[in-house]
Design a protein around this ligand. Structure first.
Ligand SMILES: NC(=O)c1ccc[n+]([C@@H]2O[C@H](COP(=O)([O-])OP(=O)(O)OC[C@H]3O[C@@H](n4cnc5c(N)ncnc54)[C@H](O)[C@@H]3O)[C@@H](O)[C@H]2O)c1
Length: 328
């Protein structure tokens, strides 16, 4: 039997990779997907070109805050995988209203409609940023939520709202909290694609503060693997961390990107004023998803980064208009 999945934010970076994977050659084969996406600046229909002609693919342009539209779509689907969000921390520092609207109100609109329509499963994609910042060690899923930016605070709120529908109404809600993703089709405002595309153009890269902020990097293939494990084998009402196992300071990351693009530090790196409230380090403990669901990141960072750089070399037609439009 075919499972009908509503994927919100499926025209964005991670959501589109999830849809391409589900409907691609190695996909499960027993699913049909409808993407619901507003096509904000971050949504790109071209990200879905590969699957556009798949018989199990559908696309609806719309807002997750539109209760009428969402209610109608819920009635036609069995499961939801919810990626749609405002996702860029720097933009949330400039103004948080759209983050609260989409991430909080939008998630409530979806989860409430899912409950009313009797949807069988709701997978909510969240982030490690909801835990705050940690100098040593790693966060288990039971760690208190201590978000610092308007973005991560809105995501934390959406996690709580989604989980409340499990506790109150018994809706099968599963939450994933992943570390920083990287890979192809990543909007060029985020650090890895911004640095790669600047360097490919012979330009400079802006390094925040002292460059000592540490992130764990997760390839989108491994993130999708983790989401699928949670969707198909996870437990209702549970939170699962998903990490990549490659912790790097921004300075270390910059060295690797300079090397991959054939650029040198002195001519290419420009230190800029640190991001306000910049979290120092993120680190998720992935014991639960490894032990319970057999998750194991497969893509080593050196290979993943080399492939990513090559993709940006080969796909200027994808990113050049985006950078121009966003004045990056
Ligand atoms: N990128 C990362 O490293 C990362 C890490 C952890 C968690 N996440 C989470 O994963 C999810 C996807 O992230 P991403 O990097 O692919 O984001 P993205 O910004 O690339 O894509 C977001 C998508 O959501 C759509 N969207 C935004 N507002 C909408 C609305 N009101 N209604 C319908 N669609 C709307 C956009 O058009 C876009 O296609 C987000 O929930 C994010 O918080 C991302």
């Amino acid at each position: 039997m075919t499972t009908k999945i509503l994927v919100t934010g499926g025209a964005g970076f991670i959501g589109s990779h999830y849809v391409r994977t589900l409907l691609g050659p190695g996909g499960p084969g027993d699913v049909a997907v409808t993407v619901l996406d507003k096509l904000t600046y971050a949504g790109n229909p071209a990200n879905l070109d590969e699957v556009r002609d798949h018989p199990g693919f559908g696309f609806v342009q719309g807002d997750i805050c539109d209760a009428e539209l969402v209610g109608k779509l819920m009635a036609e689907h069995d499961q939801v995988v919810h990626f749609a969000a405002e996702s860029h921390v720097d933009r949330s520092i400039d103004g948080g209203a759209e983050f609260v609207r989409t991430n909080v109100l939008g998630t409530h609109t979806l989860v409430d409609a899912a409950h009313r329509a009797g949807v069988e499963r709701f997978v909510h994609i969240s982030t490690d940023e909801v835990y705050g910042s940690i100098d040593e060690g790693s966060w288990p899923e039971t760690h208190p939520l201590e978000p610092n930016s308007p973005y991560s605070s809105a995501k934390a709120s959406s996690d709580l709202i989604a989980l409340s529908y499990h506790r109150t109404h018994g809706l099968d809600v599963r939450v994933t909290r992943c570390s920083n993703n990287y890979g192809h089709h990543h909007f060029p405002e985020k650090v890895i694609p911004l640095f790669i595309t600047n360097l490919l153009d012979g330009g400079k890269v802006p390094l925040y503060g002292d460059g000592g902020n540490v992130r764990d990097w997760l390839h989108i293939d491994d993130h999708v693997q983790g989401i699928e494990l949670v969707r198909t084998k996870g437990r209702s009402g549970e939170v699962y961390n998903i990490g990549g196992g490659t912790e790097l300071s921004n300075k270390e990351l910059t060295w690797l990107l300079l090397e991959a693009c054939g650029a040198d530090w002195d001519t290419s790196v420009e230190y800029v004023t640190d991001r306000k409230g910049h979290d120092r380090r993120y680190s998720v403990d992935c014991t639960k998803i490894r032990a319970e669901l057999g998750y194991e990141p497969r893509k080593d960072f050196a290979t993943g980064l080399a492939e990513t750089v090559q993709w940006y070399r080969d796909n200027r037609a994808w990113w050049e208009p985006l950078k121009e439009r966003a004045a990056l």
